[in-house]
Design a protein around this ligand. Structure first.
Ligand SMILES: [Cu+2]
Length: 315
């Protein structure tokens, strides 16, 4: 989350300006403190009092020149900061070239819907809370808000852009090196705002393409009585809110679960995606993320196991 050490063109120019203004601010505090201490402790020979017991009123010579110097230095520093800010805006605003990947990201309380856009509809798909991008390529990001205002923020790659209901904003990203970058909602949006996070996985073009092809697939048909039972239960208890492409589960209230097992985390980067956390989440999502919009479904132990086993096939 450290925004002063960045790994993408867009965040880099913001970071340089941030370092400059931080350095200037620290310098100003040091200089003012030093001058104050000098003012306090410097001995000065005052003229003798005109009346016994009274201090003389005297205007010390040369004080006004400090004001001129101070105003001069401040003006220069502010002008530098102003033009540097203009230059940074010019560099970070417009997208630097054609996009290799186009995304439409919608902020929901409290998770991220991520749609990969394409010219051919069959090349489009929807996922959630984990964004894969090819390294070194420009990624165009359209942003929408579903319920309240959220803000899309990946500190190491780009500054914040708001996601506003009824309005489409646009931003772009570019990662200079492979890695996993954490993103966070940057605009207070309710009870679970702090647990509205996501991850950007930047990988080589080949790896990205492999991931994309895999995400385009529908869920495989289930085989075996237990898994089929799990799927039926899932369809009736979960399918109203979650979509699993290739099945009758078609809900869009919650994240698309077609490839949930390919994701590193659940609950919008709240818990690592492993068997224990997955079971705990399905059993009682309100325990780990109180107030989130997936209700506790009061499943029996065997039902929970059947559903969990089915969900684990969604790779
Ligand atoms: Cu939010």
């Amino acid at each position: 989350m450290d925004y002063l050490i960045t790994h993408g063109a867009r965040a880099d120019s913001i970071a340089h300006l941030a370092w400059f203004s931080t350095a200037v601010s620290v310098l100003v505090i040091l200089i003012v403190t030093a001058l104050l201490l000098v003012g306090i402790f410097r001995r000065r020979d005052l003229p003798p009092p005109a009346l016994p017991g009274m201090a003389a009123i005297a205007r010390p010579q040369g004080g006004i020149s400090w004001i001129y110097v101070g105003v001069g230095i401040t003006t220069v520093v502010l002008l530098i900061t102003t033009f540097w800010t203009f230059a940074t805006l010019a560099r970070t605003g417009p997208q630097p070239g054609p996009a290799a990947v186009r995304l439409l990201i919608t902020g929901h309380q409290w998770w991220w819907e991520v749609r990969y856009l394409a010219d051919t509809p069959s090349d489009e798909f929807t996922t959630a809370n984990e964004i894969h991008i090819p390294v070194g390529k420009v990624v165009e990001v359209k942003l929408r808000g579903d319920d309240v205002i959220h803000s899309f923020w990946v500190p190491k790659l780009a500054g914040k852009t708001d996601m506003i209901p009824g309005q489409e904003n646009q931003t772009w990203l570019q990662a200079d090196r492979e890695g996993v970058y954490r993103g966070q909602c940057g605009e207070y949006c309710g009870q679970q705002h702090a647990h509205m996070a996501f991850e950007v996985v930047a990988s080589s073009t080949d790896e990205f393409e492999q991931w994309r092809q895999q995400q385009l697939q529908s869920a495989p048909a289930t085989s075996g009585a237990a898994l089929q039972q799990g799927e039926t239960l899932f369809d009736s208890r979960c399918g109203i809110c979650h979509r699993v492409r290739g099945t009758i589960a078609g809900g869009i209230v919650g994240p698309d679960l077609t490839h949930i097992m390919s994701r590193r985390a659940i609950g919008a980067a709240t818990l690592p995606n492993n068997r224990g956390n997955l079971a705990a989440w399905i059993a009682d999502p309100q325990h780990t993320k109180p107030g989130n919009l997936m209700p506790r479904l009061d499943l029996s132990g065997p039902q929970l196991t059947l559903i969990r086993q089915y969900v684990e096939t969604l790779k």
